[in-house]
Design a protein. Sequence first.
Length: 228
Amino acid sequence: MNAADDKTIVQNYFNSTGFDRWRRIYGDGEVNKVQLDIRNGHQQTVDTVISWLKADDNLTDLSICDAGCGVGSLSIPLAQAGAKVYASDISEKMVGEAKDRAQQVLGNNHNLTFAVQDLESLSGKYHTVICLDVLIHYPQEKAADMINHLSSLSESRLIISFAPKTLCLSLLKKIGSFFPGPSKTTRAYLHREVEIVKILESCGFSIERQAMTKTRFYFSRILEATRK
Ligand code: SAM
């Protein structure tokens, strides 16, 4: 399967069954136990990133690009805290939901702009570029192009999260693929941390902060890379 096919499948998924599933997971309504675990894990990832940015005490001076923003779980609190946020996602449905949520929380806040756009077509310059839990949709051989592009948008900092390719997770994934449920309609790609760090370094970044969110069903390695 080529990359364009991969991307179309992901886009279609997040405009249909994936939208229903992830809107619920990233919401506060009733969900099953696995989904609740993923919801809590994802919230920890979002909270970690927000705590890093708040600790620097300069959020109101920052322009932030949230690439693959989903339903706005990160963009909305960042705009609420005073950052200027440009949020985009390949899925029209996810962006529609994000806009509705933003309207409820922020009203007509001019700090937050949304666009339906795949991240390869993003342009411009931002102090900080953030891309959370999107690399899972990219095979290893596409990760370098993706990170290279995100780094071209970033003046100072790139924050990226991914499911790390560890022995344990690889095994879990293998077991999972023996029992493909209806929700597993897209492929999930794990990434080796050394490879991701190598790509970031080749783009002129060094790792500043790092964290790992780990619950029963959710795993996300978060790296903050800053320009040397
Ligand atoms: N970053 C959000 C968060 O952490 O709340 C959403 C994470 S969700 C697992 C992955 C999101 O990435 C989906 O909303 C999907 O539509 C988006 N996505 C996947 N591939 C993309 C691409 N090539 N360009 C832009 N968005 C993409």
